[in-house]
Design a protein around this ligand. Structure first.
Ligand code: GUN
Length: 293
């Protein structure tokens, strides 16, 4: 069993990005600028956005954090999106999800100029991804395929089982694993809450990508000997062992499943660190106008 060290790979890519930003600045080019919009005070969202802003600093980007209270109106938020769309200094921006119930996430996502949609959530980017055109790939799926690439894990002709059908992980990662070329060319099965025989399907998998949000869902009796297991789960489970009072828990029962795997990602330190790095990669591409000249 080999552990896929997302933290180490992310650190390596962070260095690569920082070096490129330095070269751009040395040539007198524009410093990439990411804006993040955060609504309310959800603990998870606060942490994610703080980490994104911190990572911008580390790679040499400019960043802007825009905060609203939970009672911000949909119109106010849409006006903010419009302003960011038209601000020539902002190369890319994200609106952290989830949003309060009185605001339509779909409306906000669609209002973002797809050329600045570094989250890759806009229907134009999702559509372009699905037909294999250049686009901003959403961060978690792109982080997962980058891990497979950096570990040279064979994917061609393999059976990849994706657990979960969310718009931000399950569906797009299934699309990427199905894509022609490496790291794709898989036969893909997507399982979800209504799937009847998940255990039997998982037992046929060469690669399992678990993105259900159910802590420790995947057990050893669901995994074939030698399978590759990618754990996308990040549920905050109350814990007395940590200062924060919670522990990030994956969708895979790690201790139980790891001995059967050829490769496995830990939580934390697997997919998580790659997600922020993928956002940085997209911001760099946006700064260079590399996808949409
Ligand atoms: N909420 C959970 N993951 C994400 C993400 O990648 N981007 C945004 N904007 N919100 C999220």
């Amino acid at each position: 069993m080999e552990l896929i060290d997302g933290k180490a790979i992310a650190a390596q890519i962070r260095k690569e990005i920082a070096e490129e930003v330095q070269q751009i600045k040395a040539r007198g080019g524009k410093t990439p600028h990411l804006a993040a919009v955060l609504v309310g005070h959800d603990g998870g969202s606060e942490t994610y956005v703080a980490n994104k802003v911190k990572m911008c600093e580390e790679v040499g980007f400019k960043s802007t954090l825009i905060r609203y209270e939970n009672n911000v109106s949909e119109d106010e938020l849409l006006a903010c999106v419009d302003k960011l769309n038209r601000d020539a200094d902002i190369d890319g921006f994200i609106v952290q999800l989830p949003l309060p119930k009185h605001i339509s996430e779909d409306k906000v996502t669609e209002a973002i100029d797809y050329r600045k949609d570094v989250d890759g959530f806009h229907p134009v980017n999702v559509g372009r991804m699905s037909i294999g055109l250049p686009c901003f790939l959403s961060a978690t799926p792109s982080g997962i395929t980058e891990l497979l690439r950096r570990y040279s894990i064979e994917t061609s002709g393999k059976h990849c089982v994706v657990l979960g059908r969310s718009n931000i992980v399950g569906k797009p990662v299934a699309t990427l694993m199905l894509q022609k070329g490496y790291p794709g060319d898989c036969t893909v099965t997507v399982c979800h809450s209504r799937t009847k025989n998940i255990k039997e399907i998982c037992l046929q998998a060469d690669i399992i990508i678990a993105a259900l949000g159910v802590p420790k869902f995947l057990k050893d009796d669901m995994v074939k000997e030698g399978a590759v297991v990618i754990d996308v789960g990040t549920t905050r489970v109350p814990s007395t062992e940590t200062k924060s009072g919670f522990k990030l828990t994956g969708d895979v029962d790690f201790e139980n499943v790891a001995p059967k795997c050829s490769y496995i990602t830990p939580v934390p330190g697997g997919v998580g660190p790659m997600t922020i790095i993928s956002l940085m990669k997209n911001t760099l591409l946006a700064g260079k106008k590399a996808i949409y000249p």
